[in-house]
Structures are given as C-alpha cells and as structure tokens.
Design a protein. Structure first.
Length: 302
C-alpha cells in the first residue's frame, strides 16, 4: 500500500470515527437502534455543500450541517417518545424521509465543490501536501469531539442519558425525564454524524445523494471492531476504542482492496465489510471459549 493510500485510509477512518461515536451513543448508551444515520450523514453533507457552493463561510456551513444532523436525530426521537412509534421503525421512517429531503436541499443528485473554498483549503499551510494535511485536520476534529463527549457523559445530564439506556424505569422512579434524555442523546448522536458528512464532502470534493448508503453498517462495524480490540465499559475507553475501530476497519478495507494477489475490486467493498464484521463478532466468542478452557476444573465434592 502506498503512502497516499495509507493516509487516505486514515483520513476516511477518522471521519467515520465521528459516525461511529454517534452510533455508539444511540446503540450502546441509549439502546436505540437508530438507522437515521443513513440519512443524517448525507443530510450534513448536502447542507454543507449547498451553503459552501452559495458562498457561505465553510466554518458556518459545517456548523449548520452539524445542527441539521442534530435536528434529524431530534425528529427520530420525537417520533419514538411523543408519537410512541417503535424506535427501529421511527428511525427507518426518518431515514426514508431524509432521502427526499436531501434531494430537495441539493436540488439534484449531487453538488460539486471542486473550486470552492473548504475548511481544508483555509487551513492548508504552504508547502505541505493536501493529502498529508487533511488527515491531521480531521484528527483534530475527532480528538476534540471525543474529549467533549467524555466530558459531557461525566456530567449530570450525560449520566442521566447513560442511565436511561441502562434502566429507563429506574430513572423515571428517580425523577429523570427519560423522554427528554432520549431526545438529547439522539440529537448529540446525529449531530456527530452530520459533522462527519460535512467533513466528508469537503474532503471528497462534493456531495452525492448515494453517499449515505451503508453508513450505519460502517458505524456498527467500527464499534464492534473497536470493542473487540479494547473491551471496556468505561466511556473514556469505549470512545477511544470506537475511534481505533474505525481506523482499523478502514485500514483493512484499504489493504484488502489494494492487495493485487487477493483480486478484490471496488465493487467488493460490501463483501469485505460483511466479512470483517463477521470476524469481529466471532472473535469475542472465541476468546470466551479459550478463556473457559484455560480455567482449571472445579474440584469434585466427595
């Protein structure tokens, strides 16, 4: 694998680490199977691309994309909390609806950003290649978001969100508004996904309506791979594991697609993803079996 391919894999892996952090909040902390991600990722990209193409400052466009993602998460949570629609069905309805919303926002299937200014062109120092600087800039965003999440989930409100996912009935008995916590958690989750979509379109040079297909699978794969590498129940280590999982996942994808002797091509991406997720799910089971076999047998009673 060339240096260009390696840095490209790290760059995309760090962007999808933000998606994985959002998926971790919904799936692991809130126990909310959220498929909104497949719609909020291109939503963030569409909002960002439209604003930048219209002459808006890239920082404001990225902020607006993040807010749009948060709004999508709020609507999904509202469908579940207020209208009592099952969580999975609510997210599916939102994902389907966002496809048309994204088309409306972009006014077509894609928006190019070839010659428009982006965060990366504004922060690009002279003499440093863009393929080197882009991963560094995305890394700063990822670290900042990870630290902010670690701080937030150590606060009273963050702990209430975690408790809502663990035992909503007990939380209500303690006077916690679990519905509000679900709404807040879903907003934070999809805000991260919207931010990832905004960064993605700025690195790839444009927004496309199909860019969100399979995003939830990538996010779940990163979470599962990360938890297999660094299993921990503490949020600080769990968020770190998610980021590592996203990078490792993307690295293996790039390595598989760039290995000539394997013979894989770009159209095999979904197959490689399925195999990697399967392996990541099986590894913990193998570890448990090996650990069980290594334990000494209990002495038999006379």
């Amino acid at each position: 694998m060339s240096l260009f391919s390696l840095l490209g894999a790290i760059e995309i892996g760090l962007i999808y680490a933000l998606v994985a952090l959002g998926v971790y909040i919904s799936f692991r902390l809130l126990r909310f199977p959220d498929l909104t991600v497949d719609g909020s990722f291109p939503l963030g990209g569409a909002v960002c691309a439209v604003l930048i193409a219209g002459g808006t400052n890239p920082w404001l466009a990225t902020l607006a994309a993040t807010a749009a993602g948060a709004g999508a998460g709020l609507v999904t949570g509202w469908l579940n909390v207020r209208l009592k629609i099952m969580d999975l069905l609510a997210s599916i309805l939102m994902m389907i609806g966002l496809y048309s919303v994204n088309l409306r926002i972009m006014g077509g299937p894609n928006i190019p950003l070839i010659n428009d200014p982006t965060l990366f062109t504004q922060l690009q120092p002279d003499g440093v290649p863009d393929y080197v600087m882009r991963p560094v800039i995305v890394l700063v965003f990822t670290i900042a978001c990870t630290l902010a999440l670690n701080w937030f989930f150590a606060t009273e409100r963050g702990l209430a969100i975690r408790a809502t996912g663990s035992n909503a009935r007990m939380c209500r008995a303690q006077g916690v508004n679990t519905g509000a916590m679900v709404l807040l958690g879903m907003a934070v989750s999809n805000a991260l996904v919207g931010l990832a979509g905004a960064l993605f379109v700025q690195t790839q040079g444009g927004s496309d309506i199909s860019m969100g297909i399979g995003t939830i699978v990538i996010g779940l794969a990163a979470v599962i791979v990360g938890e297999s590498i660094l299993p921990s129940r503490r949020v600080v280590y769990a968020t770190l594991a998610v980021v590592i999982g996203a990078i490792v996942y993307r690295f293996f994808i790039a390595a598989a697609l760039n290995s000539d002797f394997i013979g894989l091509k770009a159209q095999d991406l979904n197959l490689v993803t399925a195999v990697l997720v399967t392996v990541a799910l099986v590894i913990p089971q193998i570890k448990r079996k090996l650990k069980h076999k290594s334990l000494p047998d209990a002495p038999k009673s006379l």
